[in-house]
Write a protein that binds this ligand. Structure first.
Ligand SMILES: [Zn+2]
Length: 327
């Protein structure tokens, strides 16, 4: 039992009142004051935590659609939420660069867990522009994200040991979906002609994706969107697009497309037509309440969009026919 449980007498009751009736858990019904109150920084972490918790608690994601985690700074209401939560789950690996100091401070008094920090370093990638740190974008490779889901389940079990078996079973179910996403991605991305396996994006969020599925990845900006893309970088990429006849580039929902337009115009000035292959969810998921607003939907969308834009074959509506359908 954590020392924070008393606080739930106020926050947990309020959360229970607004949630209404959820699916019936196989575990004994929880009194409202025992419901876990969890805060997650990114939508991807929140999606797994929500699924594992079921109606045993509530998860608030601080970063919504289109929010850039490299630049995100907590608001006053975020601080209140994290201070009152039974558990705060953050990514770590310096993804939340502007929040890290706050989170490390909070960890001295509250349960605060960086869920990607426990990944075996042998699985992680470094980057020449990111001295001494690992690339944080591990959700892009479902096989690696599966380890993070296990960390999320561990943290929830520690916060609510009575429900550990239930959480364990639900985490296994979620990880099965993540494994199915990896299988789908391997399948459809292998249909892209080898010469076309080049992914040009706004920032370097796709290195794990590239390693997992055999794509060369070229970001205009580095790993963090906080770095400026220099004119030299844009000129070099225009050269690459023109000489290698790359016909499609991708914009990202959480990064400005200003640099991407410069790239397309630069190639056009040299007589090479480049189109936008689609919009990818790099560091944030889609709108809540849509399939793309879930982690499986986000990855399905990216994989399906990339395969189709680069000459491969993938079903228009994705792995389970849900892409583009509201709700
Ligand atoms: Zn990023």
């Amino acid at each position: 039992m954590t020392p924070t449980r008393r606080r739930l007498l106020t926050t947990g009751l309020a959360a229970g009142a607004t949630l209404g009736l959820g699916p019936v858990l196989k575990a004994p019904a929880l009194r409202a004051q025992n419901r876990l109150n969890v805060v997650a920084t990114t939508g991807m972490i929140a999606d797994a935590a929500r699924f594992i918790l079921g109606d045993a608690g509530e998860v608030r994601a601080l970063m919504g659609p289109g929010v850039d985690p490299h630049a995100f700074r907590q608001t006053r209401s975020d601080i209140v939420a994290m201070t009152r939560a039974d558990l705060t789950l953050w990514h770590g690996l310096y993804l939340e660069a502007q929040m890290e100091e706050f989170l490390l401070n909070l960890a001295r008094r509250r349960s605060v867990v960086p869920v990607a920090d426990r990944i075996d370093p042998a699985l992680l990638l470094s980057h020449p522009d990111y001295d001494g740190r690992f690339d944080p974008h591990v959700w892009m490779a479902p096989e690696i994200w599966s380890h993070v889901v296990a960390s999320i389940a561990d943290a929830l079990q520690e916060a609510q040991p009575d429900l550990a078996p239930t959480f364990e079973a639900r985490a296994t179910e979620y990880r099965d979906t993540v494994a199915a996403l990896h299988a789908y991605a391997s399948d459809v991305l292998s249909t892209v002609p080898e010469d076309s396996r080049v992914l040009v994006t706004a920032h370097d969020a796709f290195s794990y994706f590239g390693r997992a599925y055999g794509f060369e990845v070229l970001g205009i900006q580095g790993i963090s969107t906080e770095s400026e893309a220099g004119l030299n970088r844009i000129r070099d990429l225009v050269d690459t697009l023109v000489t290698r006849r790359i016909g499609a580039v991708f914009v990202e929902t959480s990064v400005s497309d200003r640099n991407m337009r410069a790239l397309i115009e630069g190639a056009a000035a040299r007589g090479h037509k480049v189109t936008i292959g689609g919009e990818l969810y790099s560091d944030a998921m889609g709108e809540p309440g849509t399939y793309e607003g879930t982690y499986p939907g986000m990855i399905d969308h990216n994989v399906t969009t990339i395969a189709r834009a680069l000459g491969g074959t993938a079903p228009e509506k994705g792995r389970i026919g849900q892409l583009g359908a509201a709700g």
